[in-house]
Design a protein around this ligand. Structure first.
Ligand code: AMP
Ligand code: MG
Length: 518
């Protein structure tokens, strides 16, 4: 185990590419460079609120001492670090937004692993960078707690994600207009140390393309391939790489749909080039199965980023990426046909995921219809997604009586079903039971498949909301409980949280609805 303050970091990214070395944080455009060197701004009184022991152990990072805490709070850097803010661009809510960049994230350096790979360690909320535009470069406790807990929850659910190593209260106040009603108020500030093999986004590539810096673009593509897809070496490696990005993006979205996750801001600057869930903001798990649900109030007019639209948006975003790298192709024909194959790639993964959730052995004729009908049923009755799938796994064999079926699933309902809805439920469940009977695997194997695909504990927004309220008053009991529960989301150990979303949370701002003010 090595200490953050003394271990020798590597800086492959800053060494490979041109950057602005001035250290100046004046907001500006930075043409010609991929990053700007910048130091974290000091904070008043860093206090460690959470440390991710399992991630630290995996990376070989020692429990933080006083010197390390100063690094986690942005009050010191290790002399081997070359901290920087990355320059990227992006499409936000469907529109080209131009240069964005790390406005409040600062990568300290790359932590070397014994196998020669490295992980980027990044502070979020560490102060101004040239990309802060009119904002302050800081983050509030509520959004930092959400990012800290949720990235770890997603990891333990088995969803590809960036990680969070620490959560530090800064001791400073940050002013935020949480409700966008013109009444900003001071809130406690915090910093999360995020960790990932890379925080590169679609937007890093889009920026170089928009600026027609094709040499830099080619170099960034080659660097990414060499580092993360070294097996791709042929003349068509850029095309093959794009296919990999498309596949990992499809896998990520399928995993979101499996656990009921709504990202909330799928702008292209929030799409990881490695297919990791990145930039946790106004996200939510589904309570009721509502395909049109998004907690993001900024997205409420059009619901572009609602749960059930995430795969279409992934496709749209991949088209932006393809468009950005197209100048690197003499003939973009194959690139275009690759993007167009997103549908089949996605749907194959999607149906196989749904089959697992339903305990089907493998997809046979008729299963796609069965799954589609099941989806329609759920969209119609909108049960609690998590509880419904748990009840599906507990379905007694041969349950065909409509009343008994209704009773069995009642704990997952947010309202009383109409007779038509009850009939629909009974019909679908009977057909489903028949199909289960044709499985070539045993019922026990089928059930264990279901248990592995259907989480029993999800980090619901109202739980996060309550934990944050308590933390702001200095009580970390619920925070600690959630931290423990999210580590084993498929077990029954944390059944005190196995319940419908309570009434009070239905309309609660900060729980049911979230703004981008963070
Ligand atoms: P997001 O929608 O949170 O991914 O952020 C979009 C852009 O705004 C990124 O360039 C962020 O770095 C920047 N940004 C968000 N919040 C702040 C902040 N408090 N200070 C500086 N930049 C920010
Ligand atoms: Mg972002």
């Amino acid at each position: 185990m090595q200490h953050l303050s003394t271990h020798k970091f590597v800086n492959d990214f800053t060494e490979a590419f041109d950057g602005d070395q001035s250290g100046d944080t004046q907001p500006r455009q930075t043409p010609g460079v991929l990053y700007s060197r910048v130091l974290p701004s000091p904070v008043k009184a860093p206090k460690l609120l959470a440390w991710t022991t399992d991630l630290a152990a995996d990376l070989g990072i020692a429990e933080p001492d006083e010197n390390d805490l100063n690094i986690l709070g942005g009050n010191a850097v290790n002399p081997s670090m070359k901290p920087y803010a990355a320059c990227y661009a992006g499409h936000q809510f469907g529109n080209w937004a131009g240069q964005l960049g790390d406005g409040r994230a600062i990568t300290l350096g790359e932590w070397p692993l014994p196998d020669g790979k490295t992980w980027e360690l990044q502070l979020k909320g560490a102060g101004l960078t040239p990309y802060s535009r009119r904002a302050d470069g800081r983050a509030v406790l509520r959004s930092s707690v959400r990012e800290y807990l949720m990235s770890e929850a997603m990891f333990h659910l088995g969803v590809p994600t960036t990680r969070a190593l620490s959560l530090v209260a800064t001791g400073d106040q940050v002013r935020r207009d949480m409700f966008y009603d013109g009444r900003p108020a001071p809130e406690p500030g915090a910093i999360v140390m995020r960790a990932a093999p890379s925080f590169l986004r679609f937007g890093n590539f889009e920026m170089l393309s928009a600026r027609k810096e094709y040499e830099n673009l080619q170099k960034l593509v080659d660097w990414t391939i060499e580092r993360f897809y070294p097996e791709l070496t042929g003349a068509d490696k850029t095309l093959q790489w794009f296919k990999k990005v498309m596949e990992s993006t499809a896998t990520m979205v399928v995993e979101w749909l499996r656990v009921g996750f709504v990202h909330g801001v799928m702008n292209t600057d929030n799409m990881s080039i490695l297919g990791l869930t990145i930039d946790y903001g106004p996200f939510s798990f589904l309570d009721a199965y509502d395909l049109n649900f998004s907690p993001n109030t900024t997205d409420h007019p059009g619901l572009r980023y609602a749960y059930g639209k995430q795969h279409s948006i992934a496709y749209w975003n991949l088209s932006c990426l393809a468009n950005a790298i197209s100048p690197l192709f003499e003939d973009p024909k194959e690139l275009i046909s690759t993007v167009e194959s997103f549908g089949p790639v996605f749907y194959e993964k999607f149906y196989s995921m749904k089959a697992d959730k339903m305990g089907l052995d493998e997809l046979v004729t008729g299963d796609i219809n069965l799954i589609d009908d099941f989806e329609n049923l759920m969209a119609e009755i909108q049960p609690d997604m998590t509880i419904f799938y748990q009840l599906l796994g507990d379905l007694p064999d041969g349950l065909t009586d409509p009343t008994a079926i209704h009773t069995h699933f009642t704990p997952s309902f947010y309202y009383d079903l109409s007779e038509i809805q009850q009939d629909l439920l009974a019909k679908n469940i009977s057909i489903y039971q028949e199909r289960l009977g044709k499985n070539t695997i045993s019922r026990a194997v089928s059930k264990s498949k279901m248990r592995a695909s259907n989480p029993r504990f999800i980090l619901r927004n109202y739980l996060l909301y309550e934990a944050i309220q308590e933390l702001e008053k200095g009580n970390d009991q619920l925070f600690k409980k959630l931290q423990k529960a999210l580590a084993t989301p498929y077990s029954k150990t944390h059944d005190e949280f196995f319940a419908l979303r309570p009434q009070w949370a239905n309309e609660q701002p900060g729980s049911a609805t979230l703004s981008c003010s963070s």
